[in-house]
Write a protein that binds this ligand. Structure first.
Ligand SMILES: Cc1cc2nc3c(=O)[nH]c(=O)nc-3n(C[C@H](O)[C@H](O)[C@H](O)COP(=O)(O)O)c2cc1C
Length: 346
C-alpha cells in the first residue's frame, strides 16, 4: 500500500514534518503542580521516537482562572513553561515537532479550579450537567466585560509568548469543544447583546480578535487553530447557522494569516461530523488542513489522496499504542483504546 501518511510533509518554509501523522491534543491529568514532568516527557517521547510527525500537547491552561480540570498543566508562570523544556528537547531530538495547545475552559469549570473566583464565559448561565472532575454542578459563570475579554486575550498572548520562548515549535489555539472561545461562537450559549454577541460577525469577534493579536506577535509557521463546528458531546449538534458561520469565519482566519487549521469533532464519528465540515472548509482553505478521528490507515490515506486532509490526527489509538507508527509499518493491528488506559501514562 502507498502509505501517504508516512510521507514527510512541508507545512511551510520553516517546518517539515517527518510524517503526516499528528498526535491529537489529549488531556491526561498527570501534571501535578500544573507542570510537565519526566513521566509526561517519556510518554510523548515514545510517540516521537516511533515516528509521529507532529505532537499537539494536551490542553495547557493559559491562566489559573482558565482551568477546569484536575492536574492539568498551566502556562501562566515562566517556571510552568520551563517545565516543558525537557519534553520539548526529547521530542525535537527525534525530529518531531511539538505545538503547545493553549486552553481556556470558560464555564466548563468550577471555582474549585479557578482559585476560588467564578469561572468566566460569554454568558452568566452555567453549563448544564455535572462536572465529572469534581462531581459538582458546573460553576455559575460571570459574563466577561469588554475589558475582561481584552484581559483574557492578554493571558493567551502571554502564554503564547512563554511557549515559544521555551522552545515549542508553535502553539495551537483551542477554539473548540464548547470551551471559552466556543462559548462565544455558539448562539445557543452566547446570549450577549454587545459587540461580542448576536450576529455571526459579533460571535466570531472574540476568536478573530484573539487570532489577530496572536498573528501580530508570531509567524504563520508557529500558529495552528483548532475549531469544532460539528462536535458531538452528549448529543449531536453543529454550530447553528453552520454554512454562514464557516463562510465568514474560515476566510477571516486565512486573511489574518493563519495557515494551519485543525478541524475536530471531539470524539464523534469523523465522516458524519468533522469529515463533513472538512469537505465544506477545503474549498475555502488553501492552507494546511488537519483532521481525523480514529480513521483506519486506508481511510487516512484516502482522505489525503482525495485532498481533503494534509495531516491526519489520531488521539485514542496513539494513546493506546506507543508504537502506533511501527504497527502501521509492520501491518499490525492497533490495540483498541480502553478507558482504563487513562489511569496510566505509557
Ligand atoms: C483522553 C482524551 C483527552 C482529550 N483532551 C483533549 C484536549 O485537551 N484538547 C483537545 O483539543 N481535544 C482533546 N481530546 C479530543 C482529541 O484531541 C481528539 O479530537 C478525539 O479523541 C478524536 O480523535 P480519536 O478518535 O482519534 O481519539 C481528548 C480526547 C481524549 C480521548
Amino acid at each position: 500500500m502507498n502509505n501517504k501518511i508516512l510521507e514527510s510533509f512541508q507545512i511551510n518554509d520553516l517546518i517539515k514534518l517527518k510524517s503526516r501523522i499528528v498526535m491529537s491534543a489529549m488531556t491526561r491529568g498527570f501534571a501535578t503542580d500544573h507542570r510537565a514532568n519526566n513521566q509526561i516527557k517519556d510518554y510523548y517521547e515514545r510517540r516521537a521516537k516511533d515516528g509521529v510527525g507532529l505532537i499537539l500537547t494536551e490542553g495547557v491552561v493559559i491562566h489559573h482562572t482558565a482551568d477546569g480540570y484536575n492536574n492539568v498543566p498551566h502556562i501562566e508562570s515562566i517556571e510552568q513553561a520551563e517545565s516543558w523544556i525537557p519534553t520539548i528537547k526529547a521530542i525535537q531530538k527525534w525530529d518531531t515537532k511539538i505545538f503547545c495547545q493553549l486552553w481556556h475552559c470558560g464555564r466548563i469549570s468550577h471555582s474549585d479550579y479557578t482559585g476560588g473566583t467564578p469561572p468566566v464565559s460569554s454568558t452568566n448561565i452555567p453549563a448544564s450537567g455535572i462536572n465529572r472532575q469534581n462531581n459538582k454542578e458546573f460553576g455559575v459563570p460571570v459574563a466577561l466585560s469588554s475589558t475582561g475579554i481584552q484581559q483574557v486575550h492578554n493571558y493567551y498572548l502571554e502564554a503564547a509568548e512563554k511557549a515559544i520562548k521555551v522552545g515549542f515549535d508553535g502553539i495551537e489555539l483551542h477554539l473548540g469543544h464548547g470551551y471559552l472561545a466556543d462559548q462565544f461562537l455558539d448562539a445557543r450559549i452566547n446570549d450577549r447583546n454587545d459587540q461580542y454577541g448576536g450576529s455571526i460577525e459579533n460571535r466570531c469577534r472574540f476568536s478573530l480578535e484573539l487570532v489577530e493579536k496572536v498573528m501580530n506577535q508570531h509567524s504563520a509557521s508557529q500558529v495552528a487553530v483548532r475549531i469544532s463546528p460539528a462536535r458531538e458531546m452528549g448529543g449531536a449538534y453543529d454550530w447553528p447557522d453552520l454554512d454562514e458561520m464557516l463562510n465568514y469565519f474560515i476566510p477571516k482566519l486565512w486573511k489574518l494569516g493563519v495557515r494551519v487549521l485543525d478541524v475536530s469533532c471531539a470524539r464523534a464519528d469523523y465522516f458524519t461530523t468533522s469529515g463533513r465540515i472538512i469537505r465544506l472548509v477545503r474549498p475555502m482553505w488553501p492552507g494546511v488542513l488537519i483532521g481525523g478521528a480514529s480513521l483506519s490507515v486506508e481511510q487516512a490515506n484516502k482522505e489525503i489522496e482525495d485532498q481533503h486532509l494534509d495531516l491526519v490526527t489520531w488521539g485514542q489509538y496513539i494513546l493506546a499504542n506507543s508504537d502506533f507508527v511501527s504497527k502501521i509499518k509492520s501491518n499490525e493491528k492497533w490495540t483498541p483504546f480502553d478507558r482504563s488506559m487513562l489511569s496510566e501514562l505509557y
